[in-house]
Design a protein around this ligand. Structure first.
Ligand SMILES: Cc1cc2nc3c(=O)[nH]c(=O)nc-3n(C[C@H](O)[C@H](O)[C@H](O)COP(=O)(O)OP(=O)(O)OC[C@H]3O[C@@H](n4cnc5c(N)ncnc54)[C@H](O)[C@@H]3O)c2cc1C
Length: 481
C-alpha cells in the first residue's frame, strides 16, 4: 500500500479536508511540523500560539479516535519531511494549499526538491471558496474593489460541495517518533490567557458547535445586529476559519441548508449579509496572493512615503493598554487583551484613532493585533489595517475618520459594551458615558469617576487631530500627484 505523509498546516480538521480525503486509501501518516522561523517576520503571536496548542491537541485526539496518530516534529520543514520520508519510506506528501508569501516560497521550494527525488507532492484547495487565479476581471487582472469581486463570486456560485469526513484511519507504526505537544512551548508562561478559556473552544468540534449556535441564534438577525458590539450577534468563526478547523465551503453548505429549512421572515437577506462577509475574507486572501508586498507596504503606491509616525512609544502604549480616555476605544483594546478578539466595528474605530487622529503607522497597529488576536491572519489583518488607514484595496477614503464618540453613541447607545470592559465608568449615566470628560463635575463625582485619576483624560483633541490628519493627507497627495 502506498505511504503518504499528510502534512497538516492551517487545515486542522478531518471533515472536508481534500488532502486527507485523497490519501485515505493509502497508509497515511498525519504530520505537523512546527517551524515558526519559516513564517518570519510574521511568526505566530502569543494569542495564535495559545489557539494552535489547543487546536493541535484537539486534532491529535480526533486522529487517535480514528485509529491514527499525529506525528509532531519541529525544525526546518524541508529537512523534517526528508527525515520522515527516509524513516517511513513515504512516496508522497499531500498538503492543503496556503497563499501567504512565506508559505508559497517554502512550499515551492519543497515541491521542487521532492519532485527531483521522485517523491510526489500534491496540494489541494481547502482554505478558500475560490482559488485566487479563478476570480479575475474581464481583462484577467485581480479585482481591487470589493463589489464587483462579490458580484463575480455570486455569479460563479459560492461552492458548498464538501468532501466526506474521515471516521477511521490506518494505525501509524509506533517506530515513528513524535515530539510531545508541550515540547513546542506554545502556551504563555505568564497566565494572561485565563479568560480565553471562557470564550473559546479551539478545534473542529468547537468550530462546528459555533456554527450551529450562530445559525440557530443569530443568522436571522445578522445583518441588522452585526455592527453592535454588545449583541454578540456575529459568528465568532474567524479563528476557526484561520486555523482551518472549518472550511468556508462547510460554512456555505450549512447556511444554504439553514435557508432551505428556515421559515423565519427575511432570513435570506440576513444570510446574504453573512455570506458577503465570508467573501470579504476571500477578497483579502486574493489580494495578498496577487500583491504579496501588502504585508508591509500600502497597496496604493501613493501612500508609500506617507508621514505616519513610528516612534511615539508612549502614545502606542496608551492605545495598546486601553488607556486612551475614549471609552469605546478602551473597551475594545481591553476586550482584545482579555479575550484575544475584538468586535469588527470596534476594530475599525480603534484602528482609525491610531492611524488618523494619532497619526501612527498602520503596521504598528497591525503588529499589536498580530500578537494579541486569536484570529490573527496575515491576509485579513494587513488588508483591514490598510483599509482603515485609507491606503489599501477598496479603502475607506483617507478623509473618512471614525469619530469614537459618535460611533460609540450609535453602536453602543446603552453603554453595555463599555460598562463590560471599562468598569470604572459603569456608574456614569449613558448621556455622559461616551465622552466622560464632558460630564458635569457632580455627575462624575456621584459616579465615582475622577478624570485623570481613575480614568484617563482623552489623549488627544478629536477635532484638532482630525484637521491635522486631513491636512497631512492633502499635502502628501499634492506632493505625490
Ligand atoms: C483593523 C482590523 C484588523 C482585522 N484583523 C483581522 C484578522 O487578523 N483576522 C481576521 O480573521 N479578521 C480580521 N479582521 C476582520 C474582522 O474584524 C473579523 O474577521 C471579525 O471581527 C471576526 O468576527 P466573526 O467571526 O464573528 O465575524 P462574522 O461577522 O461572523 O463574519 C464571518 C466571517 O467573515 C470574515 N470577515 C468578517 N469581516 C471581515 C472583514 N472585515 N475582512 C475580512 N474578513 C471578514 C471572517 O472570516 C468572519 O469569521 C480585522 C478587521 C479590522 C478592522
Amino acid at each position: 500500500m502506498q505511504k503518504i505523509l499528510v502534512w497538516f498546516r492551517r487545515d486542522l480538521r478531518l471533515n472536508d479536508n481534500p488532502a486527507l480525503h485523497a490519501a485515505k486509501q493509502a497508509q497515511l501518516i498525519p504530520v505537523y511540523i512546527h517551524a515558526p522561523d519559516q513564517d518570519a517576520p510574521w511568526q505566530a503571536g502569543g494569542a495564535s500560539n495559545w489557539w494552535l496548542h489547543h487546536s493541535l491537541h484537539a486534532l491529535a485526539s480526533q486522529l487517535k479516535a480514528a485509529g491514527s496518530r499525529l506525528i509532531i516534529r519541529r525544525g526546518d520543514a524541508r529537512e523534517v519531511l526528508h527525515q520522515l520520508i527516509e524513516e517511513t519510506g513515504a512516496e508522497a506528501v499531500f498538503v492543503s494549499r496556503l497563499y501567504d508569501p512565506a508559505s508559497i516560497a517554502r512550499d515551492t521550494n519543497i515541491k521542487t526538491t521532492l519532485t527531483q527525488q521522485g517523491i510526489t507532492y500534491r496540494s489541494f484547495a481547502g482554505a478558500l471558496l475560490f482559488e485566487p487565479w479563478q476570480i479575475l476581471t474581464k481583462t484577467n487582472s485581480p479585482y481591487k474593489v470589493f463589489t464587483p469581486f462579490w458580484q463575480t463570486c455570486q455569479k460563479s456560485g459560492l461552492p458548498s460541495d464538501v468532501t466526506p469526513g474521515i471516521r477511521s484511519l490506518p494505525a501509524v507504526s509506533t517506530r515513528i517518533s513524535s515530539q510531545r505537544l508541550e515540547d513546542l512551548h506554545l502556551l504563555p508562561t505568564l497566565p494572561w490567557d485565563t479568560q480565553f478559556y471562557d470564550h473559546w473552544q479551539p478545534g473542529e468540534a468547537g468550530a462546528q458547535s459555533r456554527l450551529r449556535r450562530f445559525i440557530k441564534e443569530h443568522l436571522s438577525e445578522y445583518e441588522d445586529a452585526r455592527d453592535f458590539p454588545a449583541q454578540g450577534a456575529t459568528s465568532a468563526l474567524s479563528p476557526h476559519l484561520h486555523f482551518g478547523e472549518i472550511s468556508p465551503r462547510q460554512v456555505v453548505y450549512a447556511i444554504e441548508h439553514a435557508l432551505n429549512t428556515s421559515t423565519a421572515p427575511g432570513v435570506r437577506k440576513q444570510a446574504q449579509g453573512f455570506l458577503r462577509e465570508l467573501v470579504w475574507r476571500e477578497f483579502t486572501h486574493h489580494i495578498l496572493y496577487h500583491f504579496p508586498h501588502t504585508t508591509h507596504k500600502p497597496l496604493n503606491p501613493r501612500f508609500e512615503n506617507f508621514p505616519w509616525q513610528t516612534r511615539r512609544n508612549k502614545v502606542l502604549r496608551q492605545w495598546q493598554q486601553g488607556q486612551t480616555g475614549f471609552p469605546i476605544i478602551d473597551a475594545g483594546m481591553r476586550e482584545l487583551w482579555a479575550t484575544g478578539s475584538m468586535h469588527n466595528r470596534v476594530r475599525m474605530i480603534v484602528a482609525s484613532l491610531l492611524t488618523k487622529n494619532l497619526g501612527m503607522h498602520w503596521l504598528l497597529g497591525a503588529k499589536w493585533f498580530w500578537d494579541t488576536l486569536v484570529d490573527a491572519d496575515l491576509a485579513q489583518n494587513s488588508f483591514n489595517w490598510q483599509w482603515v488607514a485609507g491606503c489599501g484595496a477598496d479603502a475607506a477614503p483617507y478623509f473618512r475618520i471614525f469619530n469614537p464618540v459618535t460611533q460609540s453613541e450609535k453602536f453602543d447607545a446603552d453603554g453595555i459594551y463599555i460598562r463590560r470592559w471599562v468598569p470604572e465608568l459603569s456608574r456614569l449615566p449613558n448621556k455622559y458615558l461616551h465622552a466622560p470628560w464632558l460630564a458635569p463635575a457632580e455627575e462624575l463625582h456621584s459616579a465615582g469617576v475622577v478624570i485623570g485619576k481613575n480614568y484617563p483624560a482623552p489623549m488627544c483633541d478629536l477635532k484638532h487631530t482630525r484637521e491635522e490628519a486631513l491636512l497631512a493627507y492633502k499635502q502628501h497627495t499634492r506632493a505625490a500627484d
